[in-house]
Design a protein around this ligand. Structure first.
Ligand code: PGA
Length: 256
């Protein structure tokens, strides 16, 4: 399976800054076998960056999409509108769930919209600090998986990527602390076991599972070698081209 390195820029960079960043990254990055790199800028930067990007080196993703394809939905952007520009779309990021109050229903409809439009959804799941404290991690992960993938047929499951992002480890969350490899391994096992039990071993093994939360060049290697982790979803460290590139270099060694 490929190793995925995905940089979620969140609401950072103007279009001009995004273009300068991409220019820098394209100079340093070299394509590698078994490694897929993607950047996920704001919607407004996707069209100009799509003209600048070298898709052999890296791909583009969107941070969110509307669950509908067209219509009277002021302010929304559908995946039908984005599909020529992006290969991936992050769905159900904890900031979408908890800051913008996206419901499980919206998230599963967005996952389905991605599949319907030929874009790979990166479905984010993860427990909050209090859910972890109350021993609810397993139930939360299972519920978010069951719900997020509910409208996807068995044949389409291997077109999805799962990202495990414990909310308490996301660098911008107050009091965030990095997860230990043991913390991550135990949640990855829950996810893999659930996928296996629900869809069978063969399909479950085809679904990439990424880790995200306070990833940086110092911990990327340790996180990437956790069994069952197929890549990283990176926020803060992806905003600094040199750090993102260091993580890519680490991933190249792991993927080789
Ligand atoms: P972080 O963000 O790497 O800054 O913790 C990860 C994310 O929110 O996807």
């Amino acid at each position: 399976m490929k190793t995925y390195i995905v940089g979620n820029w969140k609401m950072n960079f103007t279009v001009g800054e995004a273009s300068i960043y991409l220019h820098k990254l394209l100079k340093t990055i070299k394509p590698a076998k078994n490694l897929q790199v993607a950047i996920v800028p704001s919607t407004v930067a996707l069209q100009p960056l799509s003209l600048q990007i070298d898709r052999k080196k890296l791909k583009l993703g969107a941070q969110n999409c509307c669950e509908k394809d067209y219509g009277a939905y002021t302010g929304e952007t559908s995946i039908t509108q984005l599909r020529g520009l992006v290969d991936y779309c992050i769905i159900g990021h904890s900031e979408r769930r908890y800051v913008f109050n996206e419901t499980d229903k919206m998230i599963r409809e967005k996952v389905a919209a991605c599949i319907r439009n030929g874009v790979t959804p990166i479905l984010c799941i993860g427990e909050t600090e209090s859910e972890r404290t109350f021993g609810e991690t397993k139930d939360v992960l299972k519920d978010q998986l069951v719900s997020g993938l509910k409208d996807i047929s068995k044949e389409d499951l291997d077109k999805c990527i799962i990202a495990y992002e414990p909310v308490w480890a996301i660098s911008s969350v107050k009091g965030a602390r990095p997860a230990t490899p043991d913390d991550i391994a135990s949640s990855i096992n829950i996810i893999r076991d659930h996928l296996k039990a629900t869809y069978g071993k063969e399909i479950a093994e085809k679904i990439p599972v990424l880790y995200g939360g306070s990833v940086n060049p110092n911990n990327a290697g340790a996180y990437l070698t956790i069994p069952g982790v197929n890549g990283l979803l990176i926020g803060g460290a992806s905003l600094i081209a040199s750090q993102f590139n260091d993580i890519i270099e680490t991933a190249k060694k792991v993927a080789a």
